[in-house]
Ligand binder design. Structure first.
Ligand code: SAM
Ligand code: SF4
Length: 342
């Protein structure tokens, strides 16, 4: 019998055991960040040694392999993706798939700190939409949440993105006792500038300095409170992600809710996540993973890499097992969001 490991898997679409087509890859290009958001990282994080990271050329190769396997949407994330040295090289390289029509969308999730510098160039690389994380509009609160962030710099980044013609979606993590009193203000701010906003619940990923049960605010409560102030209509709008959208009649803008903790969105999951070290996670909420770095480095052609991808997709689990409660103080998943990418 031939050694199956060296036979190139045909570059077929990726369909998991539950019949879901994998068409969306999120790639964390670095675990480092210039902020230390309280729900994401502890203040004194130990980051991965740089030698463990995939080079930009390797990231391009593995992303391109996924594109040949039917991925239509690539999201670059982190850590803070724009703090990775020479990251625009990767955007430029990946934009060839947009030009070829084999990729529909190249996008990124960012904290906005570097956008003033990069917004124009990102747009020139074919990036049309970005997600910008913003949990508060108050500079002192911004400092308390991000520890190291500068509110003015992020506002400058937002303006640069708008000026460059990037479509922006704001992402806000709803945090009990921290920003719960300004969520309506965030909605009006986003809609006033013509942007959608999505609220996210805190997820139990990685150890942080505090206790997560203190931060967890179910979005069912957020929604109910917003409904006291705004008329929200359910709408069928979807962006290929897990958010469920409503439209606020008063502002005409959209509000998304991502509720991993209170609503199981796994049935329609079309995505996998690659870390900056080349580990593929088939589910954000499970530990099971596949190493793509070894097959990537084993040879210059992609045969082993495709075999490893095929094998990994055959193990994509049905769903996640997040729980946050008073008895379960340990995170459900040990790795931080900054490793897997948000
Ligand atoms: N640094 C970039 C940023 O903040 O947008 C990209 C990476 S960050 C990990 C992606 C998203 O994950 C952000 O919107 C952030 O608020 C969110 N996030 C981080 N840790 C989280 C957690 N434990 N639960 C829920 N969302 C989290
Ligand atoms: Fe950095 Fe984003 Fe995590 Fe905040 S949420 S610490 S900006 S990776």
């Amino acid at each position: 019998m031939a050694d199956s490991a060296v036979i190139a898997a045909p570059a077929t679409d990726m369909i998991d055991p539950f019949g879901r087509h994998v068409t969306y890859l999120r790639v964390s290009v670095t675990d480092r960040c210039d902020f230390r958001c309280v729900y994401c990282m502890s203040e004194h994080m130990t980051f991965l040694p740089k030698r463990d990271l995939l080079s930009l050329e390797e990231l391009d190769r593995v992303c391109s392999a996924f594109v040949t396997r039917g991925v239509r949407k690539l999201r670059i994330t982190g850590g803070e993706p724009l703090v990775r040295k020479n990251i625009l090289w990767l955007f430029r390289a990946l934009s060839r798939h947009l030009d070829a029509g084999t990729l529909d969308e190249l996008t990124l999730t960012t904290n906005g700190s570097q956008l003033a510098k990069y917004a124009q160039e990102l747009k020139a690389c074919g990036v049309e939409r970005i997600n910008l994380s913003l949990d508060t509009l108050r500079p002192d609160r911004f400092k308390a949440i991000t520890r190291w962030g500068d509110f003015g710099g992020v506002m400058g980044g937002l303006e640069a993105a708008e000026k460059a013609g990037l479509k922006v979606k704001l992402n806000s993590v709803a945090l009990k006792g921290v920003n719960e009193d300004e969520l309506e203000e965030l909605v009006r701010f986003a809609h006033g500038r013509g942007h959608d906003i999505t609220f996210i619940e805190t997820m139990p990923l990685g150890d942080i300095d505090g206790d997560r049960t203190d931060q967890y605010l179910p979005l069912s409560i957020v929604r109910a409170r917003l409904m006291d102030r705004l008329t929200l209509d359910d709408i069928p709008y979807r962006t290929g992600g897990p958010a469920r959208y409503v439209e606020a009649r008063e502002t005409g803008g959209r509000i998304g809710f991502i509720t991993p903790m209170t609503h199981n969105f796994c049935e329609s999951c079309n995505r996998v996540r690659l870390t900056c070290t080349g580990t593929l996670y088939m589910c954000l909420g499970q530990e099971d993973a596949a190493d793509l770095r070894a097959p990537l480095r084993a040879s210059g052609d992609d045969a082993r890499l495709h075999d490893a991808i095929t094998e990994a997709i055959s193990r994509k689990p049905k769903g996640h097992d997040f729980i946050i409660d008073r008895r379960t103080k340990r995170p459900a998943v040990q790795r931080h969001m900054s490793v897997t990418g948000g």
